[in-house]
Design a protein around this ligand. Structure first.
Ligand SMILES: [Zn+2]
Length: 137
């Protein structure tokens, strides 16, 4: 697998206390989990997608805010910038730097509706329901 730990800070070096595991995590049907795994494996074949890594400042931000807050940010950013049927600036709505969620979106092919179609087969032009991340909402 073309992945090197040397390209990214150790995310677990100073791990703060982990939030409790939600009593009832979001339900992913077996075939949905398989679909996500297949898509993530496909992304590893893209040099562009594999080139995205969090910088130390972004890792610190995640530690400071906590993963539940970052998950909430992700839900809000996706709901406002990606989920609507019509996005006036589609293709440029996700900055190339800044919030760690933006970096994760580029790494996972979830930065715009075109990339959602290409990588995740989610058709543009239709609003979609945003699934909760980490079962936080
Ligand atoms: Zn895109």
């Amino acid at each position: 697998m073309p992945f090197s730990r040397n390209h990214q800070p150790d995310l677990w070096a100073e791990t703060p206390a982990q939030p409790p595991i939600p009593a009832e995590p979001p339900v992913l049907f077996e075939d949905e989990a398989e679909r996500i795994t297949e898509r993530l494996l496909a992304l590893t074949h893209s040099r562009f997608r594999m080139g995205w890594h969090l910088k130390a400042q972004q890792v610190r931000y995640i530690h400071e805010k906590g993963i539940e807050t970052i998950a909430r940010h992700a839900e809000e950013l996706i709901a406002s910038r990606l989920a609507p049927a019509a996005i006036p600036n589609d293709g440029s709505q996700t900055p190339m730097k800044g919030h760690p969620v933006f970096i994760a979106q580029h790494a996972t092919g979830t930065c715009c509706r075109s990339c959602l179609k290409k990588w995740h087969r989610i058709e543009p032009g239709k609003a979609f329901v945003n699934l909760p991340i980490l079962g936080t909402t």
